[in-house]
Design a protein around this ligand. Sequence first.
Ligand code: SF4
Ligand code: SF4
Length: 358
Amino acid sequence: MLTSPLVKERAVALGFDLCGIAPAGDFEELARLPQWLARGCGGRMTYLNRTARIRADVRRWLPPALSVVAVASFYDTDRPHHIEMGDPARARIARYAWGDDYHDLLGLRLGRLAQWMRDAAGPGFDARWCVDDGPVQEKIYASRAGLGWIGKHTCVVNAGRGSWMLLGVLACNIQLEPDGPAVDQCGNCRLCVDACPAGAFVEPYVLDARRCLSYLTIEIRGSMPAAQRPDVGAHVFGCDICQDVCPYNAVAPVARDACWQPRASLTDATLESLWAMDDACLAGAIEGTALRRAGVRGLRRNLAVAIGNAGPSLASALLPGEVPGTIQAPGTYSSAGRASQDDPMVAEHVTWARSRQR
Ligand code: SF4
Ligand code: SF4
């Protein structure tokens, strides 16, 4: 017989750090998504509007669902955090993207868990799972499964282990004993809200994605709003600041999973070292990582913006083209093997960055 303790034991054996069970209910917090979207906070993420009805209840995704198994994997490493990086020429990449792509790895493990559950449960078992890539409000189910509460920075926080966790959920048609929901322990703290460099929190617990650097550097496919480009600073893929400052992350464990260990080409990257790569090199550097979501073109765009923000000397040294009143430094990178640089969308950001030299 399939029981909650057995499922959790199996999840840990498969490499997950946490596993909890939530009922497949229509919790009141699931119903907040339409209001958030109506305020425009989802920006260009129109897929959220298209799938909002399904996201309101996991049973619209898997109609016979009775339980949701929520899993988490901790990915923090003993490398400097964004708020510890004083060098403005250092490229800031969200730490979840330093290792292997979590979609692939967690999805593979959830698939193995589903297979094991199918074997244990027998005929009639049905399940679906997703890792940040399905129409499920994963954080809410993770919180209801007791993995942690949704903090004021809108990430799930575990009191003993912090918030550097990647989540996945598996809905199934088996009635499993649920865990209790996690209790909010933010209290009077608002460090994350006040630390955000982009003022992205409309209020505690409510993020306007349009202002968030993660949205600007990852979710937006085309032109980045010019007025917001200075906010981006040296962030070329995502942002960790609101998690960096969270006191619960002072006790965050160092990841035991080899797959989360950082690739030197990403953690030690400077704006120059990334910009210097031709497109093939850049594609190689991000292969197998979550940075593929931005792709070479998106990354080149973000790098142009970050270089524009880094000050005149770096911009004039790295960006091609003449700038009236400046002397073009030798070693400027040519367009050879760098088609992304000439993409009209990217070129517009390069022009913007060059204009910052004046
Ligand atoms: S990820 Fe960065 S920009 Fe987004 S809310 Fe957190 S601190 Fe603000
Ligand atoms: S920084 Fe403070 S308010 Fe923000 S999530 Fe952590 S404990 Fe909660």
